[in-house]
Ligand binder design. Structure first.
Ligand code: ADP
Ligand code: MG
Length: 635
């Protein structure tokens, strides 16, 4: 093919691809325009995850009648005039590309009236072609309606995910802008249902209660906005940086960084480095593999930040990234330490006791406990999870709960078809008649020697020494058992006398809503109760002693983890893994010999005894040969 200049319509579609990736990107651009227009009320309505329709109504200053057509031209903006303006951008938009891009891939209807004019304008554009342009009455402000986004671009349509997923992205956009602009009253309706409704009263805390739910916000504290540090070398640049927002106490941890929300000059940004600044501020306060929840607003002089680094404006570059990094880290760290520090006697006997409890409650095989040094170690216990331990199950009780789930007439023995069927504790003294025809066990018979560090069972086998992680092993046993029950349809739900109310962040609510049936089959009876509130009416019977609010919230977080649209089977496995992790006997508990034996017997009966459901090892084996080497007896 000869080289040729592309036609304008092709060029504009290519450009649109960079800015408008999915319905949520169109929502983002339109909301930014409304904010730039000084709106105090922004209403967003979407149908079918924004594929069918997106409508954004604002009460900003509107567009002049004679500029409406221009607004849809490429590189047309009222927000900058010269290249120098790019050095200090104080608006969210500046590229003049959004409206043109959206209009080239959808049908857009713009109805707007400028505040200084008496009538409004209506313009309808079908994939870049103006089809209607007329005068119309309305209040000052703008309404943009986008219909059939990407309808003429089958390739792009194919990349869109399910309506629920696209809805979720839109929820995320509105949630973030509602946080960044508490003075603006945001309303989001998806398929006629109110998803977000902020008051616009200026209080970030109120917005957070709306979008994250009261249960999260109770565990969050406002950042102390400190005056500029005196004596710092780069004081000049630091003093110009302010950091505000809310951070979660270490008890409000999450399995990924996804609940760290960052804004730079009112712009939501994804910045791994800044997120790390937040994570690092929690150093030693959170377990390995756990991440904080935080909403951080950074303000820097506009000339110190380049917002023109990404077509969708999701990334920014700083003149002095290190100064921003340390400002965030310092603000978060000082706020946390001031809040967590005990008023006197940082190290007490009580602290030491709790240290043990903290380990036993959460730390398992996935977070090796290293003894922290320095002052911070003294804080670790105080932030702990200690109250949860008191009410949690004992090893015996789990056994009883399991027994209750077996059909009344049955003490089923393991069989080939169901090798992991439940065995009551203590194990039956009668030897299993089927034992000789069982599939070859994955583990040799082990002789228990004792317990180490209240976390590991020491055992001897034909191949030497075995150290078994009691928590990981129990997780594996529970997981295979629950999977079997689920596959056989014998899961037992325990109804709750009083339903438990659980609130979860708005942007996650759809995940739970979408999976209510999956949860039902796993033994959870959950009803949506409007917005991000759910009523839990029943739980799997083995969880009856658990903290149900915490459990459901953890499960939702688990469901969200990983790839965007997991298979149902994968979601089930994730939920069960989380349930098992919660219910498995924790490290830090003394196990009598009989319980260790029962646990190891059950582990031997598992199909995959050597890893926990998360894929980490349940045991470490040291061969006799290896021991001899270590003792210098060989070679
Ligand atoms: P940018 O926001 O980068 O300037 P856009 O393509 O998003 O580019 O918008 C083009 C222009 O249209 C804006 O500069 C602004 O003048 C006008 N505009 C768009 N939306 C609105 C709105 N909701 N209210 C007022 N003016 C608007
Ligand atoms: Mg714009």
């Amino acid at each position: 093919m000869p080289i040729q200049i592309l036609s304008e319509s092709v060029v504009s579609r290519i450009a649109a691809g960079e800015v408008i990736e999915r319905p949520a990107s169109a929502v983002k651009e339109m909301v930014e325009n409304a904010i730039d227009a000084g709106a105090t009320e922004i209403k967003v309505e979407c149908l079918e995850g924004g594929r069918r329709m997106i409508r954004i109504t604002d009460n900003g200053y509107g567009i002049h009648a004679d500029e409406v057509a221009l607004a849809f031209a490429h590189h047309a903006t009222s927000k900058l005039t010269s290249a120098e303006d790019l050095e200090h951008i104080n608006t969210l938009g500046f590229r003049g590309e959004a409206l043109a891009s959206i209009a080239s891939v959808s049908i857009v209807t713009c109805v707007s009236r400028h505040k200084d004019e008496t009538t409004g304008t209506m313009m309808r554009i079908d994939n870049s072609r103006v089809i209607t342009h007329e005068r119309i009455g309305r209040n000052p402000g703008t309404t943009m309606t986008i219909e059939h986004l990407f309808a003429r671009m089958p390739a792009r349509l194919k990349f869109l995910k399910s309506n629920q997923t696209e809805r979720g992205h839109i929820d995320g956009v509105i949630t973030r802008y509602a946080m960044a602009y508490p003075h603006i009253r945001f309303t989001l309706l998806q398929d006629g249902k109110v998803i977000v409704q902020s008051t616009g009263n200026g209080s970030l805390r109120d917005v957070l209660i709306e979008v994250l739910g009261g249960q999260d916000v109770e565990k969050m504290i406002a950042l102390n906005v400190e005056p500029a540090t005196v004596g710092a070398e780069d004081e000049a640049s630091r003093s110009a940086i302010t950091v505000r927002g809310f951070v979660g106490l270490p008890t409000l941890d999450h399995n990924s960084r996804s609940r760290i929300t960052l804004f730079v000059n009112g712009r939501p940004v994804q910045d791994i480095k800044l997120a790390s600044a937040v994570v690092q501020a929690y150093h030693t306060l959170l377990m390995v593999g756990r991440y904080p929840v935080a909403v951080i607003m950074v303000q820097v002089p506009s000339e110190d930040v380049d917002v023109n680094a990404h077509p969708a404006k999701a990334e920014v570059r700083f003149r002095d990234a290190n100064a921003v990094f340390s400002a965030i880290q310092r603000a978060v760290r000082t706020t946390l330490l001031a809040h967590l520090a005990p008023p006197e006697a940082p190290v007490s006997i009580k602290g030491i006791e709790n240290w043990g409890l903290t380990i036993s409650d959460e730390v398992s095989h996935d977070a090796p406990v290293t003894s922290s040094t320095g002052n911070e170690a003294a804080h670790t216990p105080i932030i702990g999870h200690q109250p949860r331990l008191a009410g949690s199950e004992t090893w015996e009780r789990v056994g009883i709960a399991r027994q209750a789930q077996i059909a009344p007439d049955a003490h089923p023995q393991p069989s080939i078809s169901n090798p992991s069927s439940p065995i009551p504790y203590p194990p039956s003294p009668i030897p299993h008649p089927q034992a000789p025809i069982l599939p070859k066990p994955q583990l040799p018979a082990l002789r228990i020697l004792g317990q180490l560090a209240l976390a590991y069972i020491i055992a001897e086998g034909p191949e030497g020494l075995y150290l078994i992680d009691q928590h990981a092993a129990h997780e594996r046993i529970l997981f295979e058992r629950m999977m079997t029950q689920h596959d056989l349809g014998t899961v037992v739900t325990q109804p709750l006398l009083d339903p438990v109310v659980v609130t979860i962040p708005t942007s996650s609510a759809y995940v739970l809503e979408e999976n209510i049936n999956v949860m039902y089959e796993l033994g959870f009876e959950i009803d949506p109760f409007g917005g991000a509130t759910f009523l839990v009416r029943g739980v799997p019977s083995m969880m009856i002693q658990d903290d149900i609010v915490a459990a459901v919230r953890e499960i939702v977080a688990e469901m969200e983890a990983g790839e965007a649209e997991p298979l149902r089977k994968e979601i089930e496995a994730r939920v069960l893994r989380r349930v098992c992790k919660r219910m498995a006997v924790k490290a830090g508990r003394v196990l009598p010999l009989s319980e260790m034996q029962a646990l190891v017997r059950d582990l031997e009966a598992c199909q995959s005894p050597r890893t926990c459901p998360h894929g980490r090892p349940t045991m470490i084996q040291i061969g006799v040969g290896q021991l001899e080497k270590l003792f210098g007896r060989l070679g």
